[in-house]
Design a protein around this ligand. Structure first.
Ligand code: CP
Ligand code: NVA
Length: 308
């Protein structure tokens, strides 16, 4: 047992930790309005700290937002693609964890098998952050929660609709629903539903339906994601099964008037979402993407015990 704070899933921070991170992100974002992006926050709370970022999969938002997050907190980063590390030639995750812990103050890793981030955390003596695995994407959902709160919506009692693949991003939304007391209705085609266990764990906060109209009916927020996640084969059968789940203007019209649309990005217009929706007035995707930076700063501060 160690007192190092790892952020592998939202439950690691819990309801109070998430609430504290959201409040901190809102405050810090407001305090640096109009500043150059690279200027550190006035208090530079992580001055001298170095974040190691390890990528076993592609990334734009996670890569740049974590790099900028640690800089704005007064620290610096080393960003590495696993293919250029010995990790890519078979050095174990456990050994990599011990090595990076000797040089750096925290590790963020994006990988495939969730067991790898757990192994990293088990052998690291510094905080480990999950930058996406096949099972979950908690950092993305911190940004989504921040975007929802910032738009003036309260989380408790909110109805969130998910359309499409029962993937890693949905798993973290379902986890957030239980912790922050909102409801998720996910419409997913047969064969592409989330794991039943995750829905059971949500203790009534999440349900899966087949009809996309049922999911969006009266929703405050509508969310989707790519139909083919990183590491998955492009399959025509899957794309065909997903087509009725495309977020269209007609489906958005069944949600609450003015309902928000979210997408973690990258997006595929004409697949999981119609261009008119993602580029339309209900879409909050650009705020959501920018909020990765503000949310990641709060995650880093939580990991170092500065908040929550
Ligand atoms: N949403 C997200 O995680 O984006 P990247 O894959 O670009 O990091
Ligand atoms: N579900 C997607 C999210 C990308 C940010 C994937 O895993 O590829």
């Amino acid at each position: 047992m160690t007192d190092v704070r790892h952020f592998l899933n939202l439950a690691d921070a819990g309801t109070d930790g998430i609430a504290a991170m959201l409040a901190d992100a809102l405050d810090r974002k407001a305090a640096r309005t109009g500043w150059p992006k690279g200027r550190p926050d006035a208090d530079a709370p992580l001055a001298g700290h170095v974040l190691a970022c390890v990528f076993e999969k592609n990334s734009t938002r996670t890569r740049v937002s974590f790099d900028m997050a640690i800089r704005q907190l007064g620290g610096s980063s080393i960003v590495m693609d696993a293919g250029q590390m010995q990790l890519g030639r078979g050095e174990t995750v456990a050994d990599t964890a011990r090595i990076l812990s000797g040089y750096c103050d925290a590790i963020m890793i994006r990988t495939d098998d969730h067991a790898k981030v757990e192994e990293m955390a088990a052998y690291a003596s510094v905080p480990v952050i999950n930058g996406l695995t096949d099972a979950s994407h908690p950092c993305q959902i911190m940004a989504d929660l921040l975007t929802i709160v910032e738009s003036g919506r309260a989380l408790p009692g909110l109805k969130v609709a998910w359309l499409g693949d029962g993937n890693n991003v949905l798993a973290s939304i379902v986890e957030a629903a239980t912790l922050m007391q909102f409801d998720v209705v996910a419409a997913c085609p047969q064969g592409f539903q989330p794991e039943e266990e995750a829905i059971t764990r949500a203790s009534g906060r999440a349900r899966v339906v087949a009809d996309p109209r049922e999911a969006v009916e009266g929703a405050d927020v509508v969310v989707t994601d790519t139909w083919i996640s990183m590491g998955q084969a492009q399959a025509d059968t899957k794309l065909r099964a997903m087509l009725p789940y495309q977020v269209t203007l007609a489906l958005m019209a069944l949600a609450r008037p003015g309902a928000a649309f979210l997408h973690c990005l990258p997006a595929h217009r004409g697949e999981e979402v119609a261009a008119e929706v993602i580029d339309g007035p209900q879409s909050l995707i650009w705020a959501e993407a920018e909020n990765r930076l503000h949310a990641q700063k709060a995650v880093l501060r939580w990991c170092f015990g500065q908040i929550g």
